[in-house]
Design a protein around this ligand. Sequence first.
Ligand code: 4AD
Ligand code: MG
Length: 428
Amino acid sequence: MFLAIQDAVNTGKGTVSLRGWVYRTRGSNVLKFIVLRDGTNIIQCVVEKEKVTPETWAAAEKILIESSVEIEGDLREDKRAPTGYELGVKNLKIVQLAERFPITKDQSTEFLLDMRHLWLRSRELTTVWKVKAAILTAVREYFAQHKYIEVTPPIITGSSCEGGSTLFKLDYFGEEAYLSQSAQLYLEALIFSLDKVYAITPSFRAEPSKTARHLTEYWHCEGEAAWMNFEQLLTFMEGLLSHVVQTVADTCAEELKLLGRNPADLKKIQPPFPRITYDEALQILKKDGIEVPWGKDLRTEEEEQLMKHYDKPLIVTRYPKKIKAFYMKDDPENPDVVLCCDILAPEGYGEIIGSSQREENIDILKRKITAQGENTEHYNWYLDLRRFGSVPHSGFGLGIERVVRWLCKLETIRDAIPFPRTIKRKTP
Ligand code: 4AD
Ligand code: MG
């Protein structure tokens, strides 16, 4: 609700002054309805020619949507209205008379993306920003409850974390540098200072594909903890995800409904989450008639098929070593697979978390780097972490927009971020 209305209701004041933007107008030559919008909600304001000054009436007649205004009026209860109130206008002052708004009904997706700086005021997107803020708050809350310290890793880096193919290169004073794909290597360094750390930063992936789940710039929430083993990692991530989902279902019920997501369905997302291995995933797919050769990564279609069997996030562990990153620890029971885990969201929203226990032994780690065709020289500082007090440790990365997309039931990840960056788009 508009703060001024909340205030008036609390203090019993009948007259309020509101500021905002014109969301819609309609009416006749004696009566105008102006729906006013601010960051909190919308409210209908009624202007009656007979009851206002000629200046106010003239303003009401010429006003266009998205004009900024100040409106003074009497608050009237209206059970059907979104806020429960409507306003009988006494005074209307146009702060800036908007030009004709370029966005009208039924415009193409590309046009709306070109107009993103204006379209982000839409009710749907405004609602998404609120849910996203609630997700970030809940994430921070969970880390704080578990005594993790928030840290600030660099964005410009000389080291690749997730392989060269999706690296954005940068001319760094004549030398090659990259935009960070993941803060992980730096978080690994910071656990030796703080034990348990997390960061929420932008990550960059030069993803050449245009899909509903890839951005080239996204917000990445990553956690890393000394002494944490694989089992503890799985339990921590399960706890974090359910805390986020439960909190958002409780605090954003209205917003979720507006987006077409029933909060009651989210309330069912409680631990334990189902856990399967990569091998078991292949068996399930095989029964469904989909043959994935051992050693191949699961593609989007295969993940979607797999998720038809589950209505909670699915924990998939122990993928083949050869398709996973160099820093992941071998499974002591099967050296062909690593102690890694992807968490897949229900309803086909795909991978939301990537994680693993890390290899802590310097010789094995060097061998893994070399086996992936990389030069150990480039990881000298990182290898120091295995030279000076190495300990077992684990960590994960959660894609914030992937979670936003899932909880808000968005068709595409682009609507989970105000200014999406994709292969074809860097403006506005
Ligand atoms: O699985 P990824 O690549 O794992 C890592 O980067 C690890 N270093 C994280 C860690 O252990 N600290 O990425 C982690 C998550 C994915 O599960 C996905 O949710 C998200 O980041 N993600 C993307 N989100 C949007 N657009 C993209 N192009 C993404 N790529 C990954
Ligand atoms: Mg991954």
